[in-house]
Design a protein around this ligand. Structure first.
Ligand code: ATP
Ligand code: MG
Ligand code: MG
Ligand code: MG
Length: 482
């Protein structure tokens, strides 16, 4: 089943159940908390916070999401994209736990002939919050899931809140068992690669105070109107229904890998290190195009810096795969063809998207050329200082300068060093990076606190029942700066 059909079936299912279909919001919303929209509920926050009256009691959407915090996982795990599509259903003080569980269960287990996804119910596992026996009871009652396939988790994994006093509630996650060839027995608690998380249900029922139930503190009250917020990963459903090993091989990403094979002359599925690069290219090319479409330009901080990093990683991955020539235009072209059916702006705005992406590629290729000159000089110096018969070593400080001043990524330095018969003091490099990361974190923290626009929370604060303190995306941003 193609991704397009998976989306359509989700929306149809919930529209039939009385939900209003709401289009995806832009990836860029004016939210002081977030670099990018990272979940379906973000555009509905004012309803959940009681700041606005929802125009409908129930809604469904497929939201564009970007999670920079998952960047290190890309290509390494089988299930993390930086851009993905989160399908969701939402109840604003309307239906609650039992219906949320029933709606999800019906869609995933109904046969494909009848409009569902047709998953074998015997392979579905669920988790529930340890202090939410009601959810487990409902999974037994509504879905007939036996106790052996219901696992409990603590607040860190299965409690949701916004990081600030306000609404919160237990979650229940739905997993599909891909089988013993994918990992250990024992359910999602034991292995999240074998047991693939496909859907997260949030039962917004509590008011949390200063201290989060995530960390074991009890909520301070009960919400007068209970809400439902769910998120299902479209790419993960596609992975399962298309019978492929990972999200990068699904129908909207694999053709980018095919294009990368043509451009680099190397094949996917031969060397693990190459495969990771192919997947990084597929993932990042799509994310970059979607970000540019929503108005992000490469830059030196914030959103622009994330985009710059993504585009540069594409160039460097392609180069490590052996591409000598520019690649970006080709990648943008294939992404546009794949995504335009759901996101027409990728086609109508293609010329601009291509210009922005190619501009960054050109600039980075220049940087690499300059860095290569410094690299060659360094090699000469190291060789001259190394007694014959010994292997010379590029210092951590030189590797760091190449990275920091010339934007020369460490894996490129390592590869070129090994071609020149040298090693690199990687540990020294990493410790200099760690110091820099620490500084970036402190800067980001200072910046966030300096620029946060607190006005949207003012009303709540005025009511005296909340206070704005949390910055969920902070760690993600600091990580991506590395
Ligand atoms: P994981 O534990 O696998 O990182 P999560 O618990 O962080 O996922 P949620 O925040 O619950 O994910 O998001 C709801 C759903 O969105 C998930 O159940 C999953 O299907 C999907 N999803 C989350 N992160 C990603 C991602 N990086 N790439 C693709 N799909 C994702
Ligand atoms: Mg995650
Ligand atoms: Mg999870
Ligand atoms: Mg989850």
């Amino acid at each position: 089943m193609q991704t397009h059909e998976i989306r359509r079936r989700f929306l149809d299912h919930f529209v039939r159940a009385g939900h209003t279909e709401v289009p995806s919001a832009s990836l860029i919303l004016d939210d002081p908390n977030l670099l990018f929209v990272n979940a379906g509920m973000v555009q509905f926050k004012p309803y959940f916070l009681g700041q606005q009256t929802p125009p409908y009691p129930r809604a469904t959407s497929v939201q564009k999401c970007v999670r920079t915090g998952d960047i290190e996982e890309v290509g390494v795990t089988t299930r993390h994209n930086t851009f993905f599509q989160m399908a969701g259903n939402f109840s604003f003080g309307d239906y609650f736990k039992e219906d949320a569980i029933r709606f999800a269960w019906e869609l995933i287990t109904r046969s494909q002939e009848d409009g569902g996804y047709g998953f074998d119910p015997g392979r579905i596992w669920v988790t529930a919050y340890e202090a939410d026996p009601e959810a487990a009871e409902l999974w037994r009652k509504v879905a007939g899931i036996p106790d052996e396939r219901i696992q409990f988790r603590d607040g860190k994994d299965n409690y949701w809140d916004m990081g600030v006093p306000g609404p919160g509630g237990p979650c229940s996650e739905i997993y599909y068992d891909r089988g013993p060839e994918y990992g250990r027995d024992g359910g999602p608690v034991a292995d999240e690669d074998r047991y693939l998380e496909i859907w997260n249900l949030v039962f917004m029922q509590d008011i949390r105070g200063e201290d989060s139930p995530k960390l074991g503190h009890p909520p301070i009250g009960v919400l007068p109107k209970k809400n439902i917020d769910t998120g299902m990963g479209i790419e993960r459903i596609a992975l399962l229904l298309q019978g492929v090993d990972n999200v990068y091989e699904t129908d909207l990403l694999r053709p980018i890998i095919d294009r990368a094979e043509e451009l680099t002359g190397r094949s996917y599925g031969v060397e693990h290190a190459d495969d990771v690069r192919f997947r990084v290219i597929a993932d990042h090319a799509r994310t970059s195009a979607m970000l540019i479409a929503d108005g992000v330009n490469p830059g030196n901080d914030g959103r622009g810096y994330v985009l710059r990093r993504l585009l540069r990683r594409i160039v460097r991955s392609a180069r490590l795969l052996g591409a000598e020539q520019p690649v970006m235009s080709q990648f943008m072209r294939v992404v546009s063809e794949l995504m335009a059916p759901s996101y027409p702006e990728l086609s109508t705005d293609f010329a601009r998207i291509e210009t922005v992406a190619v501009g960054e590629e050109t600039a980075f290729r220049k940087t690499l050329a300059t860095g290569s000159r410094l690299f060659d000089e360094t090699v000469e110096e190291v060789k001259a200082a190394t007694p014959s018969g010994k292997t010379g070593r590029i210092s951590g400080a030189d590797a760091f300068t190449l990275h920091d001043t010339y934007g020369f990524p460490i894996d490129l330095t390592l590869e070129m060093a090994s071609e020149a018969g040298l090693s690199v003091d990687e540990a020294g490099f990493r410790s200099l990076m760690a110091e820099q990361r620490q500084r970036a974190k402190e800067d980001a923290h200072a910046r966030k606190h300096a620029h946060a626009d607190l006005s949207v929370y003012k009303e709540l604060v005025d009511r005296g029942d909340t206070e704005f303190t949390g910055f969920d995306e902070l760690t993600s941003e600091a990580r991506v700066l590395a």
